[in-house]
Every structure is written in structure tokens, then in C-alpha cells.
Design a protein around this ligand. Structure first.
Ligand SMILES: [Zn+2]
Length: 286
């Protein structure tokens, strides 16, 4: 524009020729971006900040979100929303892909959850393992019988670890994952939990599995026997059932993540053998 080139400078999203595609318009004031902000979990009404620049607006929001206790989930959602608007704009402009609001919201949530999992979020509350029965800890050998499927390798190396994971999900999209890593003899190596947003119970279950596998890999384990009490998730990860829309991106992440392991299996673990993970997730939710 500065050099007076003959080009279309109008916004490619709202199709209003009178709207110049400035960063302030694209990321905040465009009618499509406003709808995305308003529909997001943050419920931001973008048009309210009309008189301030996009730079100041972003800094204000991030400073504001950082002051809240749930910043580990909200700041990634804010940043993922900006990133998603940029992606929608580019897909539309260069590939002619029509903006899909519902899909974008799912993508924002999935991306934000991934970022949250990267922030090493530790919760102080731990399950007291002394309260658990021997059945909870030695259950590992019983699990073997339930739908054991190898994702990589065809047998587990002798030095494998077992992952148990579970989620806790509430309406309003609040969710928590709890997981633990056990040696083959049942001894617990570590336990951890995380809070995040999830659109459905299956989405939450798949996030819990993603957290558990990520944690095991980040602690150097490459021989993994993962279990979940969500049979639907086992079937979807192993390709025996069509992948649900709400868990698609997470399941894709799980599948790409496991390629860095030496051997990994996934199996269904009955609820009564998954009590520890369930307790950890419940505690994280409180
Ligand atoms: Zn626009």
C-alpha cells in the first residue's frame, strides 16, 4: 500500500471490501475473528477494545490471564486462538478453504491442551499410596488379558513400565488427567496430574493417555505398556474403530508420539484395576 501497488488489501475473511486487512482488524475486529473470540472458552468480546492497538490488547489480556490461578489453561487458549485465526486466514487466502468455526474451536482446544501439557504443571496434592490395597498395585499382571494390542513391537521388553491413566470430566469442559508409572513388579515410579479443558469424556480420556505417554517418554522410558479404562479409546488408537471427531487431533498426536518408543502396547484396564489413576485425576479436579 505504501508503494501504491495495485493489489487487493481488503480482509479475506469477512469479504467486506471496505475492511483493510490490518493486524488489528484480522486478529480482533474482523466479524469472523470476533465470533471466534466470543465462542472461545475465554468469551472475549473483541470489539470492546476498539480504541487500542492489537499489540496493547494482546499484552493486556495476557497480563490479565496470568494473574488468575488457571493461567496454565487460559493463556495457551488465548495464544492458540490468535494462531488459529492466522491459519484460517492463510488456508482461505492461499488454498481457498472456507473457514469452519466448529472445527476451529476444536483445533484451538487441542492445540491449547498440547501447550498446557508442555508447561510442566505440578500439582501439590498426591495420592497416599499407603492407603491402597495390594490389588491396586499388583494388578499389573491381571491387565494383560484385556485386549492387549501392540502399537510398536510385538512383545514387551523385560524392562518395560506400565502406565495407568484416567480422567475426570465435568460439564463446563473442566477436566483433569491422573496417571502413574509402575515398574513391572508393581512398584510405583511416579504419579502426576494435570488440569485442562476437554469437550467430551472421550476427549478427556485421550488427553489423559497423551499426558501419561508424554510423561513416560520424557523420563526416558522407551518400553511402555499403556492402559486405560476407556475401551473406546483403545479401539480408536489401535484403528479398530472410527476415530471420533472430538478426540481426532489428540489421537493423532498419540500415534505420532509413540513412534519414538522401542516397544509400546495399549490395553484396556478394568475400572477396578485403575483406581489409583482415578483417584489422582479426582484429586486434581478439586
Ligand atoms: Zn475481516
Amino acid at each position: 500500500m505504501k508503494r501504491s501497488l495495485d493489489w487487493n488489501y481488503s480482509c479475506s475473511l469477512c469479504l467486506d471490501d471496505s475492511c483493510l486487512e490490518t493486524s488489528t482488524h484480522l486478529f480482533r475486529d474482523c466479524s469472523l475473528s470476533s465470533r471466534i473470540w466470543a465462542a472461545s472458552f475465554l468469551g472475549i468480546r473483541g470489539q470492546m477494545g476498539h480504541n487500542i492497538s492489537i499489540q496493547a490488547w494482546i499484552i493486556n489480556w495476557i497480563n490479565f490471564l496470568f494473574q488468575k490461578s488457571d493461567y496454565v489453561t487460559t493463556v495457551p487458549i488465548f495464544i492458540s486462538t490468535l494462531w488459529r485465526i492466522w491459519c484460517i486466514r492463510n488456508s482461505h487466502k492461499f488454498n481457498g478453504v472456507a473457514p469452519d468455526l466448529a472445527l476451529s474451536m476444536t483445533q484451538i482446544m487441542a492445540e491449547a491442551s498440547m501447550v498446557t501439557s508442555c508447561i510442566n504443571h505440578r500439582l501439590p496434592t498426591k495420592v497416599n499410596l499407603d492407603l491402597l490395597t495390594s490389588d491396586d498395585l499388583s494388578a499389573s499382571t491381571n491387565i494383560r488379558n484385556y485386549f492387549l494390542v501392540f502399537l510398536i513391537g510385538h512383545t514387551l521388553c523385560s524392562n518395560y513400565v506400565r502406565l495407568k491413566c484416567d480422567d475426570s470430566w465435568k460439564h463446563g469442559f473442566k477436566a483433569a488427567a491422573g496417571w502413574l508409572i509402575q515398574y513391572a513388579n508393581g512398584e510405583v515410579f511416579r504419579q502426576d496430574s494435570a488440569r485442562f479443558w476437554a469437550s467430551s469424556p472421550l476427549h478427556a480420556e485421550s488427553m489423559a493417555l497423551l499426558y501419561a505417554i508424554t510423561d513416560a517418554i520424557s523420563h526416558g522410558f522407551r518400553h511402555i505398556d499403556a492402559t486405560t479404562d476407556c475401551l473406546q479409546l483403545v479401539l480408536q488408537v489401535t484403528g479398530n474403530m472410527d476415530v471420533s471427531h472430538d478426540a481426532k487431533l489428540i489421537i493423532r498426536s498419540i500415534i505420532s508420539l509413540i513412534s519414538t518408543t522401542h516397544c509400546i502396547s495399549i490395553s484396556y484396564c478394568p475400572r477396578q484395576l485403575n483406581r489409583i489413576a482415578h483417584f489422582i485425576a479426582r484429586l486434581a479436579m478439586e
